[in-house]
Design a protein around this ligand. Structure first.
Ligand code: X2X
Length: 333
């Protein structure tokens, strides 16, 4: 009887009526989880890559996607990808920095001024430096980072015209020491919440404000619970596509190559998607009721300099990483 039960457990697909191909036959059945709604280009391009990988490997490598925090918030997904409970995850640079501190370096306030600077640095020496540190944590980082975007501040109460307006503002930030440090330096009252909690925290007014790139504000419908959007461009944020290190090494070289090229190419297309979206997204969000303003960066930068923010983070990231950042964007302080 035991033997029969064991046989049943070993072939669940047969008994659950799952079609014979793909899932049952796969040599490698992997799980990929992320924190965004399925309408976001990150999900759409990842889905295409996963479909391509399944086809091109004749079903040997089958990746199931769990979008929208289905497997828990960022902190949960990060510990799962480290332990091997899931094989793939896309944490933002801000979030992976809780494990690999130097990964937050691209998110230093007002460092990058445009996408040319961003991709040159992240596809170049700065990105390579961060990937080496990610590898030391037994995680594999795919070469091409995916775009999240330049982060903007939204509030329910008033537009942010300069640093003074942030004074005392209760603002949700990701679970990331850099975000907390930066908004404290700007005299706001930041609180770290996982993204899965953001909509309801804004709706119930646990916080008045949050900050995210426009494509996220759109995909997660944050315009339903916020009135103003101030285009501060205070941080450029991207997603690292990462794999559990053992799950990567387990794959034979041909499958390693297939998923590297598939995810890296999908990442480049996702960057293009956001670039196109950014041309019309403000108008769309305006039509949904968000009111926009565009504050100058000076007052924010001055407050960060005066508070010692840049000096503090230079110390934390180290001179080598800081040098690579300043090499890409110019002197910061
Ligand atoms: O949590 C956020 O704000 C988000 C979605 O931008 C990140 O993944 C850091």
């Amino acid at each position: 009887r035991r033997a029969i039960l064991r046989a049943l457990a070993a072939t669940p697909a047969l008994y659950l009526g799952v079609p014979r191909h793909a899932r049952a036959a796969a040599e490698f059945s992997y799980k990929y989880a992320h924190n965004l709604p399925m309408t976001h280009p990150l999900h759409i391009r990842a889905q295409q890559a996963v479909d391509h990988i399944r086809q091109a490997s004749n079903g040997r490598l089958d990746i199931a996607i769990f979008p929208n925090n289905q497997l828990g918030g960022d902190t949960d997904m990060l510990s799962q990808v480290r332990s091997g409970g899931i094989e793939l995850f896309t944490p933002s640079a801000l979030v992976i920095a809780t494990v690999v501190p130097v990964a937050a370096i691209n998110a230093v306030g007002f460092a990058f001024s445009d996408y040319d600077q961003v991709w040159k640095a992240m596809d170049g020496k700065l990105g390579a430096h961060v990937r080496e540190s990610i590898a030391k944590a037994n995680l594999y980082a795919f070469e091409k980072m995916w775009d999240n975007g330049f982060r903007q501040v939204t509030t329910s109460s008033k537009p942010i015209a300069g640093a003074k307006d942030l004074d005392g503002t209760k603002i949700r930030v990701p679970v990331s020491p850099l975000s907390i440090s930066m908004f404290k330096a700007l005299s706001a009252a930041p609180a770290s919440l996982q993204f899965s909690e953001v909509y309801s925290a804004l709706q119930t007014r646990i916080v008045d404000a949050q900050e995210n790139p426009l494509p996220i504000i759109q995909a997660a419908k944050l315009y339903e619970v916020q009135k103003y959007c101030s285009l501060t461009n205070h941080i450029w944020d991207g997603y690292w596509f990462i794999a559990n290190g053992r799950a990567f090494k387990r794959l034979p070289p041909d499958l390693q190559k297939l998923w590297e090229t598939s995810f890296n190419e999908a990442g480049l297309l996702q960057r293009e998607d956001l670039k196109k979206m950014n041309q019309s997204i403000q108008a769309d969000l305006e039509s949904k009721g968000l009111k926009f303003n565009r504050p100058a960066a000076d007052s924010f930068q001055a407050a960060l300099r005066q508070s010692g923010f840049y000096g503090e983070w230079r110390g934390k990231f180290g001179d080598q990483a800081w040098g690579l950042l300043e090499g890409a964007v110019g002197k910061l302080a």
